[in-house]
Design a protein around this ligand. Structure first.
Ligand SMILES: [Zn+2]
Length: 516
C-alpha cells in the first residue's frame, strides 16, 4: 500500500468534498432538467385515470392499477412488487342508467353507490316517493308500508344548486343572508323530522329496505355546481343511487306537486366474492446505508364517482414521476428510497397502517416520509409533525429546492402530529418522521374530493410538476444527509376539553378483512 502523508490525505478530503458538493448541485439540476424536458406526467395520468379509471378497494380496476404501477417501475429499472396485506369484498361497477319514465322521459345524472348489489339489465321501474312529515315513531311505523315497491328519496331538497361564492358574488347581501337562514332552518327541520321516526339518517335506510322499498335515492350535494359526493351503499338487497342535485330536486318537486314521477334504475354491478388487497412497493436500494429509508408516500385507491384524479391520482403521479427521475439522475442513493402506493386509504388508512405493522424493521429506520394527498395544487404548507428537530433537517433540505418552488411554501415547526387524514399519520403514530406535503386547494373540498367531478381535466400539470421536483429534491437531500433524523417528540399541549395533556397518537389497527 502506498504511503500517504498527512498533508496529501487532508488535501484528498478537501478534494472529494468539493467534488461531492458539485455533484450535489448536478443532481438537483438534473432533477429539474428531467422533470421539465422529459415529463411523463400526462401520459401516466392518461393511462391511470382515463384507461384504468377509479380505484375503489375490492374492484378489478384497483388490482389493474397495482399491476400497471409494478410494470411501469420495472420498465424504469426499479424493483417493485404488490404486497398483499388483507382482503376486501370484491365488487365491480357495471352500467348505471337512471331515467325518469313518467310523466315524461328524461335521462338523469346519477350513479349507483359502491359495493351495492346490482339489478338485472332491465332494471327496476317504480314510482318515487319522499319521506312524510313524521310525528313520532308510531306514525312512522304506520306510514312505513307505503314504501313497498317504491323508490324512496332520503336527502333533503336543497333550496339552491348555486355554490355560496356564486351567491356572494351576485346576490344582494340581504338575499344571500335570507337564503342561508332559510337553508339552515330547513336543514334543522329535516334532521328533526327523521329523528322523530326513532332512527338516524343512516339507520333509517335498512328499515326502508326491510319494509320492501324498491330502492333508495340519495343526493349528497358537494356544494359546487354539478358536484355530488359518491360513497358506499348501505342497502344489502336493493339498489341505492345518488342523483345529482339538479335532477334530484326536480324529482322531489314533482313528488311534492303530485306528479307521481316514475324512474327506471339499471345498475348492473357484480359481486366478486372476496379479493386480496395490496400495497404497491418499489425501491431504489441505498448504497451506503441501505437499511435506512426515505419513503415517498401516496395512497393509490380512490372513491369511484369520478376517476380519483386529484384524490389521489395526482399524489400518485408525483411519487411515480419523482421515482422515475431519481432512478435516472441519482441511481445510487446513500439511503434506500422506497415508494408506497397504499391500498384502502379511504376506508381508514388500511394499506399504510398494515405496512407499518408488517415492517417494523423499516419503520424504525426511516429517515423521512413525504406524503401527498390533498389535490392537484402546488405544495404550500409543510409542518414539522411534532418532531422537535424537524426545523433543522427540513429547513436544510428545503434550502436546496429552487426558490421558484420553495417561495410558495409556508413552514411551521415543530408543528403537531397528524392523527388521521392521510397515510403520513400511520407513520407518525409509529414515531417515524413523516411529513405531509400540503397543497393549494383549487376548490378541492367542494369540487373534486370524493365527487363525481374528480377527473383528469381538473389536474393542473404545472403544479404537479412543481411537486415532483420538490419531492425528488427532498428525497435526495434526506437520503444524502450526514445524520439520521432525530425522532424527539414535542411535549403536546393540554387538551382544553379534558384538561389533560394530549398524548402522541397511537398506531391504528388496519382493517384486513373489509366490506364483508
Ligand atoms: Zn386522499
Amino acid at each position: 500500500m502506498k504511503k500517504i502523508s498527512l498533508l496529501s490525505l487532508s488535501l484528498l478530503f478537501i478534494g472529494t468534498g468539493a467534488v461531492f458538493s458539485q455533484q450535489k448541485n448536478t443532481v438537483i439540476e438534473n432533477i429539474q432538467k428531467e422533470a421539465y424536458e422529459n415529463s411523463q406526467l400526462e401520459i401516466l395520468g392518461h393511462e391511470l385515470l382515463d384507461d384504468i379509471g377509479p380505484r375503489l378497494v375490492g374492484t378489478p380496476q384497483m388490482k389493474q392499477a397495482h399491476d400497471w404501477a409494478v410494470a411501469k417501475y420495472k420498465s424504469w429499472g426499479i424493483s417493485a412488487e404488490n404486497q398483499q396485506y388483507g382482503e376486501w369484498k370484491g365488487w365491480e361497477r357495471g352500467i348505471t342508467h337512471i331515467d325518469m319514465v313518467h310523466p315524461r322521459i328524461q335521462t338523469l345524472d346519477g350513479t349507483q353507490l359502491a359495493w351495492n348489489p346490482g339489478t338485472s339489465s332491465k332494471g327496476i321501474t317504480a314510482e318515487v316517493i319522499v319521506l312524510p312529515e313524521i310525528k313520532d315513531s308510531i306514525s312512522f311505523k304506520n306510514w312505513l308500508p307505503n314504501v313497498k315497491g317504491k323508490f324512496v328519496m332520503i336527502a333533503m331538497k336543497q333550496p339552491t344548486g348555486r355554490p355560496d361564492d356564486n351567491w356572494e358574488e351576485f346576490a344582494t347581501p340581504e338575499s344571500f343572508e335570507k337564503m342561508k337562514n332559510e337553508r339552515e332552518e330547513q336543514t334543522k327541520a329535516w334532521n328533526e323530522n327523521i329523528k322523530r321516526s326513532g332512527y338516524s339518517s343512516r339507520s333509517i335506510i335498512p328499515v326502508l329496505e326491510e319494509a320492501g322499498a324498491a330502492g333508495i335515492v340519495d343526493s349528497y350535494w358537494s356544494k359546487g355546481f354539478g358536484a355530488n359526493k359518491i360513497f358506499g351503499a348501505r342497502t344489502k338487497k336493493i339498489p341505492t343511487v345518488d342523483i345529482e342535485l339538479e335532477d334530484y330536486t326536480m324529482l322531489y318537486r314533482m313528488v311534492e306537486h303530485g306528479d307521481k314521477p316514475k324512474i327506471r334504475v339499471v345498475a348492473e354491478s357484480k359481486d366478486l366474492g372476496i379479493v386480496p388487497t395490496f400495497n404497491t412497493i418499489a425501491e431504489i436500494k441505498g448504497t451506503e446505508k441501505p437499511e435506512e429509508y426515505v419513503i415517498l408516500s401516496a395512497h393509490f385507491d380512490s372513491w369511484d364517482g369520478g376517476t380519483g384524479a386529484t384524490d389521489n391520482g395526482t399524489g400518485t403521479l408525483v411519487m411515480m414521476e419523482a421515482m422515475r427521475i431519481l432512478k435516472k439522475v441519482y441511481p445510487n442513493p446513500k439511503r434506500t428510497i422506497l415508494v408506497g402506493h397504499w391500498g384502502s386509504e379511504e376506508q381508514g388508512l388500511n394499506g399504510s397502517s398494515a405496512f407499518v405493522e408488517d415492517h417494523p424493521e423499516i419503520v424504525k429506520n426511516i429517515q423521512a416520509v413525504f406524503n401527498q394527498d390533498n389535490g392537484t395544487g402546488r405544495v404550500v404548507k409543510i409542518n414539522g409533525a411534532g418532531f422537535v428537530h424537524s426545523y433543522d433537517y427540513m429547513s436544510r433540505w428545503l434550502r436546496a429546492v429552487p426558490d421558484t418552488i420553495s417561495k410558495n411554501i409556508e413552514t411551521t415547526f415543530p408543528g403537531w402530529p397528524a392523527r388521521g387524514g392521510s397515510d403520513n399519520a400511520s407513520f407518525i403514530a409509529a414515531g417515524a418522521p413523516a411529513f405531509s406535503l400540503s397543497s393549494l386547494s383549487w376548490a378541492y373540498w367542494n369540487y373534486t374530493w370524493h365527487t363525481n367531478r374528480d377527473t383528469y381535466d381538473k389536474v393542473v400539470f404545472d403544479d404537479v410538476q412543481s411537486n415532483v421536483i420538490l419531492t425528488a429534491i427532498l428525497a435526495y437531500m434526506a437520503s444524502e444527509d450526514d445524520s439520521k433524523t432525530s425522532r424527539e417528540q414535542v411535549i403536546l399541549p393540554i387538551d382544553e376539553k379534558t384538561g389533560e395533556r394530549q398524548t402522541w397518537p397511537t398506531p391504528r389497527v388496519p382493517e384486513r378483512k373489509g366490506g364483508m
